[in-house]
Design a protein around this ligand. Structure first.
Ligand code: SF4
Length: 567
């Protein structure tokens, strides 16, 4: 029997399961295996869906789960689906009526499905969308849009908004990146949405080498309407993904300019400090900031451009800790990283640990606060390691001892510092300051550096003015290893904007190697790196030998040396 929900159109024999692992043929009927089952049900601001021109700044109830019909390399969804029989223990069973009730209680404008692919929950969502509409709630999805014509035909009447996540333009790209046989169904469905007046925005990842694909996407969309917003997701390597594919923010901004020749609204994500997340003209100005991977957040609104659908909310909504947008998957990747460092590599054990974590929202809050909170210090990290070791039956001693020895050494040596240097930790661009209490700044202050005290904080930081930076006048600058920028770009920016600070004057701008600060078990190497370059007369860690001890292999950075500062 054929499943006609997506264009894979799997042939599923009786009692067998389709290629996505989410549908089963039960006595000649295609059945959703995990109906009304969700992992995440949390309010978000619509900008973290992300949607930028639709009911700006409004709160939506975001729901999501696991599963995808595409098989993109490195995607956490693949691990989830493989061990779904374990993960299903963490599912929250919520009827359509219960979700609608929750959205109403939370004063949400509507319900949005995100995190994983909605095609995997087709029947649940049909029912939910219908009840949402009856209760005057808006309903929308983020999807790869690989629906069949027939299945989209049923769903479209309930859709108020869609974020279409493209993988590229050509058949070859779809085959290469997500193992889908063709891109045509997606583009056919885009036209179908357009003809049926469903509001949609389009997002696509920009990694080095796919520039022409993106230009072709922009040309295609412009034939429908130049007003369709295009969201460019700058590729950022997670975990072990290759950093070679990451375009710099400057390169991405140049591409956005090129794409703007075809479309009126092209936005750049994953690029802290960029002006290409704003919408402005003479009469209106909507300023947005980077808000974690794939997310944006409103900073200020002046006027209302015609391109905005619906009203604009005056009230901000900020998600807790790891919730909102795609940060939750990032949190799970961090958990997997710690488990691996504890020598827990068995996928079944990892799956059962994650299941335990997902069952209880407080763990993720604890995990977030331990690393990124006003009351914590670096040693609190051991609490996470101990908890994960307990859940996985591993022994945390070796890992904790490794960290402890280095921390104790620093504690002793930092007493010799007579005058603290002023440090400044940035992400992406020189004006995007990381939060004062964020993990990266804890690394800097642990080695004896002063850190910039921000009056307001964002996720994971905020844009500061050029004047603030000049008056702080840092002696040393660190560029985050995650969502980074080249030291040359940092210097160029400062020169072009007349930002004269001691750090650039005395050539003390350092880019942390990828994976050596927030979110990785290898933060301890970032700590030693910061110590060595900040106070070379006090600290002299042999990082390469420590790295060998930790990983049992040589450090092989992309660059010749991991001291990629300009000093
Ligand atoms: S939804 Fe799943 S089972 Fe159905 S056609 Fe697509 S991949 Fe196959």
């Amino acid at each position: 029997m054929k499943c006609h929900i997506c264009e894979f159109r799997c042939n599923i024999e009786n009692s067998k399961i389709g290629s996505c692992g989410m549908y089963q043929n039960i006595n000649g009927q295609i059945t959703e295996r995990f109906k009304n089952s969700y992992l995440f049900v949390n309010p978000i601001s619509i900008e973290t869906q992300p949607m930028l021109h639709f009911f700006v700044n409004h709160k939506f109830l975001q729901i999501g789960s696991v599963g995808c019909n595409f098989k993109c390399e490195g995607c956490v969804s693949n691990i989830f689906v493989k061990y779904i029989d374990i993960y299903k223990n963490a599912f929250k069973k919520l009827s359509a009526q219960e979700i609608v009730q929750k959205a109403l209680e939370e004063n949400c404008k509507g319900i949005s499905f995100g995190i994983n692919e909605p095609t995997m929950h087709y029947f649940s969502l049909l029912e939910l969308a219908k009840i949402a509409k009856e209760n005057k709630l808006l309903f929308g999805i983020s999807t790869n849009l690989y629906y069949t014509k027939e299945s989209l035909f049923q769903l479209i009447k309930y859709l108020d908004f869609v974020n279409v996540g493209l993988k590229g333009y050509t058949k070859e790209t779809y085959r290469k990146f997500c193992k889908a046989p063709d891109s045509k169904p997606v583009y056919r469905n885009i036209v179908y949405l357009f003809k049926n007046n469903v509001y949609f925005e389009v997002s696509i990842v920009y990694s080095k080498g796919v520039e022409n694909e993106l230009i072709n996407v922009a040309k295609f969309l412009s034939k429908l309407s130049k007003q369709i917003p295009l969201q460019i997701m700058r590729f950022i390597p997670f975990d072990k993904a290759s950093g070679e594919l990451e375009p710099s923010i400057k390169e991405s901004e140049n591409l956005v300019e090129e794409l703007k020749k075809h479309l009126d609204y092209v936005y750049l994500f994953n690029s802290p400090g960029t002006k290409y997340l704003d919408t402005n003209s003479d009469n209106f100005d909507i300023k947005r900031s980077f808000y974690g991977p794939m997310g944006a957040h409103i900073i200020s609104i002046k006027g209302k451009p015609n391109c905005i659908i619906g009203d604009i909310s005056k009230k901000d909504y900020e998600e807790d800790g790891f919730f909102g947008g795609y940060r939750i998957t990032r949190a799970l990747e961090m958990v997997i990283g710690i488990l691996n460092a504890l020598n827990v590599t068995d996928k079944k054990t990892i799956a059962s640990v994650i299941t335990e974590i997902l069952k209880d929202k407080t763990f993720l809050n604890f995990f977030h606060e331990t690393q990124d909170d006003i009351n914590s210090n670096l040693e609190n990290y051991f609490d996470i390691v101990e908890l994960l070791a307990k859940l996985s039956n591993a022994n945390p001693k070796k890992l904790i001892d490794f960290y402890k020895e280095i921390l104790d050494d620093i504690k002793l040596k930092r007493k010799k510092i007579d005058k603290k240097l002023k440090s400044y930790y940035v992400m992406g661009t020189p004006i995007f300051a990381l939060n004062t209490h964020r993990f990266e700044n804890k690394l800097a202050s642990f080695v004896g550096l002063e850190v910039l005290k921000l009056e307001k904080e964002g996720k994971p930081g905020i844009n500061i003015s050029k004047e603030t930076l000049i008056s702080y006048n840092p002696d040393i600058v660190f560029i985050s290893g995650f969502i980074s920028c080249k030291t040359e770009d940092f210097i160029d920016y400062c020169q072009n904007h007349n930002i004269n600070i001691n750090a650039t004057k005395y050539k003390k701008v350092y880019k942390l190697p990828f994976g050596w600060d927030f979110g990785s078990v290898e933060w301890i190497f970032g700590l030693m790196y910061i110590a060595n370059v900040a106070y070379p007369h006090i600290y002299n860690f042999n990082i390469e030998s420590k790295y060998f001890l930790f990983n049992n292999k040589k450090y092989t950075p992309l660059n010749k040396s991991f001291y990629t500062g300009i000093g």
